[in-house]
Design a protein around this ligand. Structure first.
Ligand SMILES: Cc1cc2nc3c(=O)[nH]c(=O)nc-3n(C[C@H](O)[C@H](O)[C@H](O)COP(=O)(O)O)c2cc1C
Length: 208
């Protein structure tokens, strides 16, 4: 019930999001000593960008794949299996150019797969295939963009709404943003933003 999947998606080694996900992992491990924790560092080891050969892999007979296509499908299957096995998902997500990092975008290209994580019905449209579970996105931003509330969205925050949509698209509708605002504003702004995010993380773990 308490199995955790943590994705780090910042390219920076000393990323704020990385230190916040580390705090989450450590507090989760303290609370649930029998929890399995899978930690995938997409920022340090980004999945391959998709291209013509990799898109073709999804359409081709599995017996006629190139070695690269076989490896890419296996990697995608493994990433999807991690998502399906987790009870709770945590994503450390820096805001880059008002949206997500390139690494996170590429990971999404590998896990949003027809027949695996979403289906499409011509009558009713798309539907997610994963069982719902909580997703916590720890979003670190240089400036201030609010807390990702869909009822009161910040017009420059293209990260929260996009992630809420794509996770919902694959079936994960219990979606939550934990924002760390003002990371590049120095002084109290940065310290307050980190404290606010840490308090929210503690509340999530206390309520789990
Ligand atoms: C390529 C790049 C683009 C960025 N774009 C934005 C942006 O659009 N808005 C913003 O507030 N901060 C932006 N920043 C600042 C980061 O959001 C900020 O440094 C944050 O702490 C990064 O998270 P991390 O420390 O977890 O990597 C950008 C940083 C980089 C490296």
């Amino acid at each position: 019930m308490n199995n955790l999947l943590v994705l780090d998606t910042s390219p920076r080694k000393d990323a704020v999001s990385r230190s916040l996900t580390e705090g989450f992992i450590s507090a989760w491990g303290d609370k649930f000593s029998d929890a399995s924790i899978v930690h995938r560092d997409i920022g340090a080891n980004p999945p391959e960008h998709i291209d013509d050969e990799l898109i073709d892999a999804l359409r081709r007979d599995p017996d006629h794949l190139s070695d690269r296509q076989t490896a890419a499908i296996a990697a995608s299957d493994a990433m999807i299996a991690e998502l399906a096995a987790a009870d709770v998902i945590v994503v450390g997500a820096p805001m880059h150019n008002f949206t997500i990092s390139g690494a996170l975008r590429t990971w999404i290209d590998h896990i949003a797969r027809p027949g695996k994580t979403f289906g499409y019905d011509p009558e009713t449209g798309p539907h997610g295939l994963l069982d719902d579970k909580p997703v916590y996105v720890i979003s670190t931003r240089g400036g201030k963009y609010g807390d990702g509330d869909p009822e009161d969205p910040n017009p420059a925050d293209f990260q929260s709404g996009y992630l809420r949509h794509i996770f919902g698209f694959i079936g994960l509708k219990n979606f939550n943003i934990i924002a760390a605002n003002g990371m590049d504003m120095g002084g109290d702004h940065r310290a307050n933003g980190i404290k606010e995010a840490k308090d929210k993380i503690n509340n999530v773990i206390a309520a789990a």
